[in-house]
Write a protein that binds this ligand. Sequence first.
Ligand code: MAN
Length: 544
Amino acid sequence: MWSRRGEESGWLLLLMLAVFSCGIVVLTELPRPRGVSISRASLYRVDNGGKFVCLDGRKTIQWEQVNDDYCDCEDGSDEPGTAACPNGVFHCTNAGYKPLNLPSSRVNDGICDCCDASDEYGSRTNCINSCSELGKEDRLREKQRAEMAKMGNQLRSEMSQRGKAMKEEQRIRFAELERSRGEAEALRQEKGAIKDEAEAIENAALKVYRDREEEARRAKQEADAMSNRDEAEETFLKYDSNQNQVLEIAELQTRIVFDRNRDGSVTEDEARFFLDDHEQVDFETFVTLCWPKIKPFLMLDSGLFKPPSDVEELERGTEEADLHTEQDDGYDLDGSEPTQHYQEEEIAENEQEEEEDDEGLEEQEVGEGQVDTAEEPKEEYDPETKELIRMANDARNQYTEADRHVREIEQEMKNIEDLLNKDYGKDEEYAPLNGECLNLEDREYVYKLCPFDKAIQQPKNGGPETRLGTWENWANGEYTAMKYTNGATCWNGPARSAFVHLECGLDTRILSVSEPNRCEYEYRMQTPAACFFKEDGNKEHDEL
Ligand code: MAN
């Protein structure tokens, strides 16, 4: 029978006892009804002369009705140790392991739910108390977890120290670079001034040559124009058979060379074409409008002019021209002089031009220290000019070198700034991972993660790699997840992105990668940097 004295003496019991009496069980130092936890034992105190008030306060029953396998309270509180109330809760103490709360419907249902077998006290099922075994395993696991937490914490703090030291080193290096940049910029300025001066002198010296060449070019152009006019005049006089100083369609029609369609006769239209659609032309009109048409045609016809655009046409043209040269020789319909003379002249002139071109090329290839603007053969520079060019080159090289040095310093400073601006965790513990890259192979791809930089997917069959994302930021303030965004755009979809979940581990590696939604990737990665356990982090086991 449950009594106040029994309750008091129950407080003194140290050993676990099981005393069944009126459905009341005294399991440890605290007597309480079956199915009630120690923490709730005080709610089941006998008072009011052996009465029990349902825990929702709505009904008072006799104490004997507690756990009598009949549900009296609406909240099920009178039947914690039986299956009588649909909403009842049964508590297993599971001494030696973890306590457990069950829906009371599982009491005596023939299935062992509690490791101390207390839920099957009235069934035929023979449940064996396995709490001590489970407790042992659990404590071992807990010990291992605590050891790992300790080692992880240790490794994390080493990473943190390395991270802080690295940042400090970079700060020092940045300050050094700032100083060097000042000196390097001063040197660049100095070299720039020397270069400008040397180039001004060089330019003045080269100008003499350029002017001379320009003059020579102009003279040549004038000479060419003169010779062209002479040639035109000679042709004009030749074709002007009636010598009336006017060239007419009929006169051209006597020249088989103008038979453009090779049908054996020169039609009026064919002749008119060469007279620039005139019926007749005087010499000035001939020179300006007709000669530019006739000259290339004559050259083409005789195989001396090769339009650069169509090589095949050219070759055909040459063959035809050869034929025509033979045909045209002495074949002036009006019986005037054959065209041989014109062709010979053209050939000679053309050969000469070709030679000149070749010379020009050679000059250009070997002609160091010469003005490189004209196509004409270059004039050799005198030794003094050569020396000025050498000095200017030297000044240019020195300036380029000084400029490169400034740029290198600035680039390094920018890299350091980027590095220092990144958030490497509460205690810089993730900083040592900056600059590292980790790989994980699955069936199809190699997944790469370069923390604080990028996430990559590389097909194993050798295709091009795909960027899954670029470092964006931490996903939370706990430093347990990273975001990499703005990766390669998915066909018909969003830009790829990767989310990296971090968990504690004694080394740093990728554990798995998945693509839960198309083009959204999830990495699981372990690293000691994520090991952050508090010393008192263990769970409480109040009834062990
Ligand atoms: C590639 C890979 C896949 C992705 C598809 C989307 O095959 O990047 O991960 O799902 O493209 O088209």
